[in-house]
Design a protein around this ligand. Structure first.
Ligand SMILES: NC(=O)c1ccc[n+]([C@@H]2O[C@H](COP(=O)([O-])OP(=O)(O)OC[C@H]3O[C@@H](n4cnc5c(N)ncnc54)[C@H](O)[C@@H]3O)[C@@H](O)[C@H]2O)c1
Length: 366
């Protein structure tokens, strides 16, 4: 199979769909890989690295799309890419179709086979190609939160780890899923006092088992949240209700009970946020202040650490890419139920019923 790796052209996206290590595996399996010149630079991989791994470098994005059977990338195709997509071409990337009817209609019209990272689903309901980005965002949340707690950033002026003779800062984590667990681990590593809340007792039991004793678990309810926000310096929002808007666990009126300079990092912003006052921000302008509370709510946190994010993503996508290349998309999806769930659009036909429900279309054939 001929596999193409174009350069991402979405604003501020520095990740790339494959690393040289992935190219090496594909070439070893007798496939041909075309990589667009400078596609990997933002993630620290240069054309020479790809050539050494066995790829051929093509100068333009047009050449990559025109000459490949399968395109592997990171973000959904944006408008200037729509016309490049070929009939019958496999596109393996994040799509998030439910958030864009325009993109969905464009992909239907192009007749491609769209396999979406975000809907590849394991038997236990976990989403293996989303997990690494939650891991990155959860860990990064503490790094960012620690920075915005500094006085020049309008934070309380608290050092999370404290120093001998001065108690550590306090971190409240809402949600003990992937984001919450990673955030708690990082905060605990810095020496902060951590309180983590969830409604899932299994998750709280797990956290209680694996974390050090300065990570305290509590059941999530309004009473406990109102109590803790008054005394915690940094609050991490990592709550998810699958397929729904995140619940507003912190409402506007609660901000007044927090101490000035408290920092909220609402990682759940991409699902609407779990704080009523959350609105999406960007890496260029990541924070805003309401009632003296600093809000950080960047919707694509992993984009700021493209080297780590690219490696984390490609570690988990590579086995699927290899299966798709070795067997062809039909057999690969037939053999692997997880990958089959990733099929969203097949040559003009919608294969993922949630898309039809979202747009309230009558039929899978648009
Ligand atoms: N901003 C970013 O760049 C970025 C990056 C990655 C993930 N995310 C988002 O972060 C969010 C969390 O992702 P995740 O992978 O950790 O999800 P997850 O499913 O692993 O964890 C969510 C947790 O929230 C818990 N929860 C549900 N209702 C709750 C409540 N009322 N109180 C406390 N906990 C509650 C669930 O029990 C679960 O343990 C998602 O919205 C995800 O899309 C954002």
């Amino acid at each position: 199979m001929i596999i193409g790796v174009p350069k991402e052209i979405k604003n501020n996206e520095s990740r790339v769909g494959m690393t040289p290590a992935g190219i090496y595996e594909l070439v070893k399996n007798n496939h041909t890989v075309y990589v667009q010149s400078t596609a990997g630079e933002g993630s620290g991989f240069f054309d020479e690295d790809y050539i050494e791994a066995g790829a051929t470098i093509l100068a333009t994005i047009e050449e990559v799309y025109l000459s490949s059977d399968m395109i592997v990338k990171v973000k959904e195709p944006i408008e200037p890419e729509y016309h490049l997509i070929q009939k019958g071409q496999v596109i393996f990337t994040y799509f998030h179709f439910a958030s864009s009817e325009k993109l969905t209609r464009a992909m239907i019209a192009r007749g491609a086979i769209c396999i979406a990272y975000e809907t590849v689903e394991d038997e236990d309901g976990s989403l293996p190609l989303l997990t690494p980005m939650s891991e990155v965002a959860g860990r990064m949340a503490i790094q960012q939160g620690a920075k915005y707690l500094e006085k020049p950033e309008k934070g309380r002026g608290v050092l999370l780890g404290g120093v001998p003779g001065v108690p550590p800062g306090k971190v409240l984590v809402l949600g003990a899923g992937i984001v919450g667990t990673q955030a708690a681990k990082m905060a605990a590593g810095l020496g902060a006092h951590v309180t983590i809340l969830d409604i899932n007792m299994k998750r709280l039991r797990y956290i209680n088992d694996v974390m050090p004793s300065h990570v305290v678990t509590e059941f999530s309810n309004e009473f406990n949240i109102r109590k803790h926000i008054k005394t915690h310096d940094l609050i991490i929002g990592g709550v998810l209700l699958k397929g729904a808007k995140a619940p507003n666990l912190i409402t506007r009126d609660m901000l007044k009970s927090m101490r000035p300079g408290t920092v909220i990092v609402d990682v759940a912003v991409d699902q609407g946020g779990c704080v009523e006052t959350t609105r999406p921000t960007t890496h260029e302008d990541p924070v805003y202040i309401i009632d003296d509370v600093v809000h950080y709510s960047v919707a694509n946190m992993p984009g700021a650490v493209p080297y780590t994010s690219t490696m984390a993503l490609t570690n988990v996508t590579l086995p699927y890419i290899l299966a798709l290349a070795n067997k062809g998309w039909f057999k690969a999806c037939e053999d692997d139920l997880s990958l089959h769930k990733g099929l969203n659009i097949i040559e003009g036909e919608v294969a993922y019923k949630e898309i039809i429900e979202t747009f309230q279309w009558d039929t899978a054939l648009a």
